[in-house]
Design a binder for this molecule. Structure first.
Ligand code: GLN
Length: 728
């Protein structure tokens, strides 16, 4: 994890040409991101295009690994036959359409890629949907009949495909022209440019030129020239050069980036068979693969920290409101935060310092000032992070006297039974100190509440089959309801895949001991008893805020126009256009949100979710005012999953269980890789083909205490460079 921003600035200030620095990123993009940009994949024609793009890439990747053409043809035939043989399909095309639906918007050839990736593990239950699992199993069985060396080459080929971080890469000439202009600003006019030399990738949810939110409904939308997100404007003002807009989950709805309407969805540069996480998956993938020095994303429930963790980057969700949201397309306005993704804590801190700056028109209505900023006139980046931390003596000093809390709720499996839970709590306490065991009783009550909130909600989904909604909408809702009912009663099934790697448990206490012995920090186990309410509360709040925020995309004012006009009423026309142009995620969530907002559900859903959110925030306030300076916890409890591992989106939502509490509370959190390891969660068929992945921890701080948060984060980064690698 090398700090790059200061080094790059030095290089340009020392006489290096900015265009040479920028060209290095552009070269990496050319070699890493794929020859073709992702295409919108919703209608039959678009799907066919996405399918052939996937196929071209898959075969190119196989060819480059020396696989004979005859085997590639054989694999293509297996794929064709599988499409034809899918239950109820009349021909190959309708089979492809069915696969697309079964795998939540993934084209059939990409599903073959998923099956190939799964040749390398023994996962039986793959997607959480029985029909999709059966299909993958049959496909895998066919592929397994190929000679073993061919199978090995297939697995390697899928893992080394292009990354596809970008929806849109900027033309080389435009980027170089901007580099020349920026260089002039530095050299001729002496502008203060802390980001000189930085290439920047921007999540395609920020208004800047063509902006899609990874949705078909905005595939042709171009933001007016004077409508530029303040975050983007600030980073450019300080010298960053934009190289492109990155792919994401459609309207940021997801944790894997697979819900994007643009395929191929971004892939994890560490292993292209795996997702980069979401929703800011393209941003993290671009930084990890060196296509950009830095990126920006948005975090509503973990969408910066989660992909940062899966790709082995640093990701920051600042205090709510510290960075302007102007120009960020809203998911849930009371939770959305803008923040940086970078390869080091220092870089992330410098970027955040530049992001907090006021926009061209001063502070906008989405922005708040920290108490320190209100009284200080210095550059915000200097407020947030002192450069002398690179000095080891200062590093050690920086933590002296701090008390770090470890929240016990982040270290329990979501679905442990009471006996295991007690045993585990006892064991952990022996290691770390005191714990309030009365907390156990409270936990049981909370489970009940969790069940009730989600239960009431899904009762409605069940009943909604009687409403006048068409089959295309009802069917996935109904399926989701069924999965979720099982998930409530028998949590083992889909949540099993969320089991964290065993070695995380060994490593984390090592890190804690090191912090205590080397830096003299005090460690305390603390309880944040309402943590388990975070997902249910988010489930409700994010849906109803999304429903009103997405209301503007009707396909008439904004959004892609339908091919032929339906000559109906506004409502009929807008409904038809939304139906055709929005993916499953926004459709389902809008329905859920509108349901929650009905008068009859105000008490059971909205008020309860708001109350839960208040309790979560109170938990943090209580520990921070009882002498805890910072909290240290996992960011997420797995390494990056394979593509197709989570077509059940309700289970996928559980990935946010550790990240969303800080969003509810509006407090800052940073995710830092602390451990590089092989995936130990599944036994592999070809273990030598496994690629090292990352696990991360997050530091959570009180409101506006980003500086303190960065201090601990850089110490963890140091631990990572000393001890955090067991993969090689
Ligand atoms: N996983 C969250 C969701 O699906 C991510 C939202 C976010 O942080 N943008 O809603």
């Amino acid at each position: 994890m090398a700090a790059m921003i200061r080094r790059l600035a030095k290089r340009v200030r020392g006489g290096g040409r900015l265009r040479d620095v920028v060209l290095e990123s552009l070269k990496t993009i050319e070699n890493t991101d794929g020859d073709e940009a992702p295409v919108v994949c919703r209608t039959s024609e678009e799907m066919a295009e996405a399918d052939s793009l996937e196929w071209r890439e898959l075969s190119a990747s196989m060819l480059s690994l020396g696989l004979e053409k005859s085997y590639i043809d054989q694999i293509q035939l297996i794929e064709k036959r599988s499409c034809e043989s899918i239950a109820g399909a009349a021909d190959e095309d309708s089979g492809r359409r069915r696969i697309f639906d079964l795998f939540a918007g993934t084209p059939a050839t990409a599903v073959t890629g998923i099956a190939i990736a799964h040749l390398n593990d023994r996962l039986e239950d793959i997607t959480g949907s029985a029909e999709a699992d059966t299909y993958l199993r049959v496909l895998r069985a066919e592929l397994r009949k190929l000679p073993e060396d061919v199978q090995r080459a297939l697995v390697a080929a899928v893992s080394s495909r292009p990354v596809h971080a970008f929806i849109r890469r900027f033309a080389v000439d435009d980027v170089l022209r901007e580099a020349d202009e920026t260089e002039q600003r530095l050299k001729r006019h002496g502008d203060h440019l802390p980001l000189i030399g930085v290439t920047l990738a921007v999540k395609d949810l920020f208004a800047f030129g063509a902006t899609t939110a990874a949705s078909r409904i905005l595939a042709d939308y171009v933001a007016p020239e004077d409508y530029v997100a303040t975050a983007v404007a600030n980073l450019r003002r300080f010298g960053a050069i934009l190289v492109g807009k990155t792919n994401l989950d459609e309207f940021a709805l997801g944790s894997s980036s697979e819900s994007s309407a643009f395929w191929p969805a971004p892939r994890n540069p560490l292993d292209a068979a795996r997702v980069p996480g979401g929703s800011s998956g393209g941003s993290a993938a671009a930084v990890r693969s060196g296509m950009a020095t830095a990126a920006i994303g948005s975090d509503t429930a973990g969408s910066i920290r989660l992909p940062a963790s899966y790709c082995g980057c640093v990701g920051v969700k600042p205090t709510y409101g510290l960075v302007s949201r102007f120009g960020l397309f809203a998911l849930a306005s009371s939770l959305d935060c803008v923040g940086p993704i970078a390869m080091s804590v220092e870089d992330a801190a410098i970027l955040l310092g530049c992001l907090v700056g006021e926009g061209p028109d001063g502070l906008d209505q989405t922005q708040r000032r920290s108490p320190a900023q209100r009284t200080s006139s210095s550059c915000p980046s200097e407020d947030l992070y002192a450069g002398e931390l690179r000095d080891q003596v200062a590093l050690a000093e920086s933590l002296r006297g701090l008390t770090i809390g470890v929240p016990i709720e982040y270290f329990l499996d979501f679905d442990l039974d009471e006996r295991d839970e007690a045993a585990e709590l006892e064991e952990r306490s022996r290691q770390l100190g005191d714990i309030d065991f009365s907390e156990l009783a409270a936990r049981r009550d909370r489970r009940h509440l969790t069940g009730t909130v989600i239960g009431a909600f899904f009762d409605w989904l069940h009943q909604s089959a009687h409403l006048r909604l068409d089959d295309e909408t009802i069917e996935p809702l109904w399926q989701q309801f069924q999965v979720t009912s099982t998930f409530e009663q028998d949590s083992a099934a889909p949540l099993d895949k969320l089991r964290r790697c065993a070695s995380y448990w060994d490593r984390f206490p090592q890190l804690l001991r090191w912090l205590r012995t080397e830096f003299g920090v005090e460690l305390r186990l603390v309880s944040l008893p309402h943590t388990s309410l975070s997902i249910p509360a988010y489930f409700i709040i994010s849906r109803y805020e999304l429903a009103s925020n997405l209301h503007r995309y009707d396909g008439l004012k904004y959004g892609r126009a339908a091919k032929e006009s339906l000559h109906g009423s506004y409502h009929f026309e807008a409904a038809a256009r939304r139906m055709a142009s929005l993916g499953t995620q926004p459709k389902q969530r809008i329905l859920m949100g509108i349901h929650a907002l009905q008068q009859a559900n105000h008490e059971t859903l909205v008020m309860r979710a708001q109350r839960a959110r208040y309790l979560i925030r109170e938990d943090f306030t209580r520990v921070f005012s009882a002498g805890i300076d910072l909290l240290l916890a996992p960011t997420v409890n797995t390494v990056a999953p394979y593509f197709g591992g989570f077509s059940d989106t309700v289970a996928q939502q559980q990935m946010d269980q550790f990240s969303v509490p800080a969003d509810h509370a509006g407090i800052p959190a940073i995710s830092v890789p602390f451990y590089r390891t092989l995936d130990e969660s599944t036994p592999l068929v070809f273990p030598d083909l496994a690629r090292p992945l990352y696990q991360s921890v997050q530091v959570i701080a009180p409101e506006f205490e980003e500086g303190r948060m960065f201090r601990l984060a850089s110490v963890i980064e140091r631990w990572h460079s000393l001890y955090g690698d067991t993969a090689s």
